[in-house]
Design a protein around this ligand. Structure first.
Ligand SMILES: *Cc1c(COP(=O)(O)O)cnc(C)c1O
Length: 318
């Protein structure tokens, strides 16, 4: 990273600005975050190639546009503008390590407004931060089925990254931590497995990969799509999207969470039931290995999922 504890630049409303200069007036906080939406994107460093690869950048930016549309935040920026801004920013920040990219769209100037007034001026920001991968760490987690229920589609829009949705998952993960688990799995109002806070749920049973459908209150995860594609095309597994009962979790052969932040995180226990043989399952570890290679550009298959940043060739803008 260029400067001390934070990257040198971020992108804000069409301009690349120095981190220190990206300030707003405190009254702007007001209601600005109630309707805010965001994206979480990862870029992976390949030491041999001396290159940074962004994972499925276009799909993430398309989803940001969908999120903005759903919460009625108009914007004049298109996916190509934001794609360009992201790549320029990564070069300016000389990001030569695994990096998290977070675009955020919010309604600015809300302090004197009513909540019902839809925003005419969406502000848009993109910032980056180092975030090392845990894919090769060999770690697994223990989860509980939450006493909280996952928000449903007629309450909040679960399929998009709408900031106000996140209290739901936060309450579930805080409860899980307080009860001595690492994380939670939330059930839908119909008592079907929905997702973990910030990650989708995948179960292996009798050699099939099974995951809840997008209509069970899950976020429409890009990692979920990648995992399903890799499992079916590379591992030749049957991939099934169907509702999952709570008790199926206790009898699963393998269980893992997936998402941009969670990558592929093995689950070793649910409600103190050991999953499978307790270690990282065969399918889970094959998927972790393949995913790591795909993300870092060590694998030719699925090359279209990667955007080459060109960090080496980049010249820091100043
Ligand atoms: C981001 C997110 C996921 C994972 O989606 P990806 O597109 O794979 O990053 C799952 N659940 C929630 C609530 C999320 O915000």
């Amino acid at each position: 990273m260029a400067t001390g504890e934070h990257p040198a630049f971020l992108w804000w409303n069409g301009k690349q600005v120095r981190w220190e200069d990206a300030t707003i007036h405190v009254t702007d906080l007001a209601w600005s975050t109630v309707g805010a939406v965001f994206e979480g994107i990862r870029a992976y460093w390949n030491e041999d190639h001396q290159e940074l690869y962004v994972f499925r950048l276009r799909e993430h930016l398309d989803r940001l546009m969908d999120s903005m549309r759903l919460v009625r935040l108009p914007t004049t920026y298109g996916v190509d503008d934001l794609r360009e801004a992201t790549l320029t920013l990564l070069k300016a920040n000389e990001s030569r390590e695994d990096t998290y990219i977070r675009p955020l769209a919010y309604s600015s100037g809300t302090s004197c407004k009513r909540l019902s007034e839809s925003s005419s001026n969406a502000a848009l920001l993109i910032n980056t931060n180092p975030m090392p991968s845990k894919l090769a760490s060999g770690e697994s987690i223990k989860v509980k089925v939450s006493s909280w229920t996952r928000i449903s589609d007629n309450v909040m829009p679960p399929r998009i990254k709408n900031i106000s949705n996140y209290r739901n998952g936060q309450l579930a993960s805080m409860e899980a931590r307080a009860d001595g688990y690492d994380n939670a799995i939330l059930l839908s109002p119909q008592a079907k497995v929905s997702e973990a806070p910030g990650a989708c749920v995948m179960m292996v049973k009798h050699g099939k990969l099974i995951t809840p459908p997008t209509t069970d209150g899950i976020l429409e995860s890009i990692t979920r799509d990648a995992v399903m594609t890799m499992a079916s095309e590379s591992l030749r597994l049957d991939v099934v999207e169907r509702s999952i009962d709570r008790t199926e979790l206790y009898l699963a052969d393998e269980l893992f969470l997936c998402g941009t932040a969670f990558e592929i995180t093995p689950v070793a226990e649910v409600d103190r039931y050991q999953v499978g043989t307790g270690g990282i399952g065969e399918v889970t570890s094959q998927l972790q290995l393949l995913f790591e290679n795909v993300l870092r550009g060590k694998e030719d298959e699925f090359a279209s999922w990667r955007t080459v940043v060109g960090v080496e060739a980049g010249v820091a803008a100043d």
